[in-house]
Design a protein around this ligand. Structure first.
Ligand SMILES: Nc1ncnc2c1ncn2[C@@H]1O[C@H](COP(=O)(O)OP(=O)(O)OP(=O)(O)O)[C@@H](O)[C@H]1O
Length: 266
């Protein structure tokens, strides 16, 4: 791993020690030591299949590690599941939502499951619907929402109990620029108050613009991690990323093969 300097001064929101996950013969996560300081807007990046989703699933209590420890605010995710689940909010990959509820009902249901009083849930839900620009669609069924609307209602549901740490898997995928700005504003406000966001993304420009902390994964391991400026080291994050994970030109679209593709191929 590329050492990015001293340990973070701020207390850690998330810390894992030697996380491992195998699927049959394949080692998806091969000893991950993820560090995310409290209050960070952190990005988790890596090529397809690097192990990002598997790592996030183990940290959020969705997938049991084969080895290693994941902690949130110092508490062990798998030994103290109730405490940890109260501290986290998750916008999962694939956005599995209760399709037959309206947006408002979805928020109410989530809030009540979290043990928040009916009045307080109602108050928070109305504010979130307004901020997410979903007030006009509050009574529409989630199944009829567009991709961007689904992301926004899922983010509102993940924020409703005011978690300490918010995990987002590809939050901006399929989201138009206006809705993306709304999401970013809400998330910036959230981290400014000392809460932590960790999101996975393939869009380096976005990670570079938003994140003050970045962890780079490749082949099941962390290959660089630290303040974004230090990981970039004078380059763009995209350049640093390509250098860290290997540009793979030899097996990519720039080399041999695909000779039949294009108008000069006949
Ligand atoms: N349930 C599963 N069963 C078998 N293999 C799996 C399973 N989940 C993930 N894998 C494998 O583990 C590896 C890591 O997958 P993972 O989804 O964590 O990567 P990722 O970094 O999130 O990728 P992407 O950027 O494409 O979403 C991949 O090779 C994948 O095929």
């Amino acid at each position: 791993m590329t050492d990015m300097g001293d340990a973070p001064a701020a207390p850690e929101a998330v810390r894992t020690y030697g996380l491992v996950k195998r699927f049959g013969e394949q080692v998806a996560v091969a000893g991950v030591d993820l560090v995310v300081p409290k209050g960070s807007f952190a990005g988790l990046v890596g090529p397809n299949g690097a192990g990002k989703t598997t790592t996030l699933s183990m940290i959020t209590g969705l997938l049991r590690p084969d080895a290693g420890v994941a902690t949130i605010g110092g508490a062990d995710v798998w030994r103290d599941p109730v405490l940890v689940k109260a501290r986290v909010g998750v916008l999962p990959e694939g956005l599995r939502l209760f399709e037959r509820l309206s947006g408002r009902e979805l928020l109410t249901y989530n809030g009540r499951l979290r043990g928040i009083s009916k009045d307080e849930v109602g108050r928070r839900a109305e504010e979130l619907l307004k901020v997410m620009d979903l007030a006009g669609a509050a009574d529409k069924l989630v199944v009829d929402y567009s991709t961007g609307m689904r992301k926004k209602i899922a983010l509102a549901a993940a924020l409703l109990h005011n978690p300490e740490v918010l995990f987002l898997d590809e939050p901006f995928e399929g989201v138009d620029p206006v809705s993306a700005n709304t999401l970013i504003e809400v998330l910036r406000r959230y981290t400014a108050s000392g809460s932590t966001v960790i999101f996975s993304s393939h869009v380096m420009e976005l990670v570079e613009r938003l994140c003050d902390w970045v962890s780079v994964m490749n082949r099941g391991q962390i290959v660089a991690q630290g303040p974004t400026g230090r990981v970039r080291d004078g380059n763009t994050l995209n350049e640093a990323f390509l250098r860290l994970v290997g540009a793979r030109a030899e097996d990519g679209a720039g080399g041999e093969g695909l000779s039949w593709l294009g108008s000069s191929s006949a």
